[in-house]
Design a protein around this ligand. Structure first.
Ligand SMILES: C[C@](O)(CO)[C@H](O)COP(=O)(O)OP(=O)(O)OC[C@H]1O[C@@H](n2ccc(N)nc2=O)[C@H](O)[C@@H]1O
Ligand SMILES: Nc1ncnc2c1ncn2[C@@H]1O[C@H](COP(=O)(O)OP(=O)(O)OP(=O)(O)O)[C@@H](O)[C@H]1O
Length: 286
């Protein structure tokens, strides 16, 4: 039997919501969404070292997030408690994804912890079990555990694998921070989009796709409206999640790079490739 690896380094990619409709509101205040998730090749990198003493330790603190509140620590403890394993882990992160930017960084970090520690601790949990555990941490965790572009319904947990085009994206963070709960609580938010089928959504394509959060985010955050309008000169621009990040699709890396280089110096701009399979699954050889 091969020796158990004692360390493991895995990526935690970002996602874009290529379109996002809000079709209702549940009793508990959460919103029913319909969205197309696409994973992109912009990633954080996580390393895990096996510990025999059962301790979960994040060795790279993150500004503004207490150790025990960090979604990585919460994910590790959840898996530890659920499995009853006596093992622990030291976790380090090389963070590139902006926090609270609508790119799902925290959820992706949690998913990579669940998938990585499942391997390191040799638990043998199925993706279905890991996705169900992940959902208790955040609505976007399951899609990162599954690691494929997907059509999502419910609060984002009812996933159907989808195959999307894989353009090059310019992704912009306009330097303001958006509160997801505040957007979802906003009285002016549109919550009555008519449900559509996945086939209908896929037919829509770049020009038709919209994000129902965009109107209210534009109104409450003028710098985001400015960045959306600037990017729309080159290609249809959209918000991801509740922002603050926004994006547009391009046919080639070069054309995306030319646009990214013209972006306002006050913004952060990235060029990223749209994927159908997550780099996390690629790294694990799934
Ligand atoms: C909008 C998306 O970005 C789409 O991918 C995500 O669903 C948001 O996921 P997230 O940032 O992980 O958000 P969560 O931590 O699950 O929820 C933050 C808050 O947003 C509101 N919220 C979130 C998701 C949802 N479907 N309905 C909601 O009303 C709730 O007030 C919740 O307390
Ligand atoms: N490992 C983590 N990485 C990022 N944020 C974390 C982490 N752990 C906890 N958080 C908290 O979660 C909040 C949301 O972070 P995240 O980066 O997932 O937001 P997001 O990109 O807007 O996600 P979404 O697209 O799901 O709305 C942060 O503001 C931070 O307080």
């Amino acid at each position: 039997m091969p020796a158990t690896p004692r360390t493991l380094t895995l990526p935690a990619p970002a996602k874009l919501n290529r379109m996002l409709h809000i079709v209702g509101r549940r009793q508990d205040g959460y919103h029913e969404l319909q969205t197309l998730f696409q994973i992109i090749d912009l990633c954080d990198s996580l390393s895990f070292t096996l510990r025999q003493d059962g301790v979960i330790q994040l060795t790279t603190p993150m500004d503004g997030v207490a150790h025990d509140d960090n979604l990585m620590v919460r994910a590790a403890k959840l898996l530890q408690q659920h499995s009853g394993t006596p093992l622990g882990a030291s976790i380090t992160i090389d963070k590139h994804l902006p926090m609270g930017g609508g790119l799902g960084g925290g959820s992706s970090n949690a998913a990579t912890v669940l998938v990585g520690l499942n391997q390191l601790w040799q638990l043998g949990y199925s993706p279905t079990t890991l996705a169900a555990l992940g959902l208790t941490l955040g609505a976007d965790v399951p899609v990162f555990v599954r690691g494929h572009s997907a059509w999502a319904e419910g609060v984002g947990e009812q996933l159907t694998q989808a195959t999307l085009d894989t353009p090059w994206f310019v992704v912009i963070h306009p330097g303001v921070s958006v509160s997801t709960p505040a957007i979802f609580q906003d009285p002016e938010l549109t919550r009555d989009s008519l449900p559509i089928t996945m086939a209908r959504a896929l037919q829509g394509g770049v020009v038709e796709w919209r994000n129902d959060c965009e109107a209210i985010v534009r109104k409450r955050y003028p710098p985001i409206a400015e960045a959306l309008d600037w990017l729309a000169q080159y290609a249809p621009s959209r918000l991801t999640g509740t922002g603050a990040c926004l994006f547009a699709a391009f046919d080639s890396q070069k054309s995306a790079q030319i646009v990214a280089e013209r972006a306002n110096q006050r913004w952060q701009a990235w060029v990223a490739r749209g994927l159908n399979t997550s780099p996390l699954q690629d790294a694990l050889g799934c």
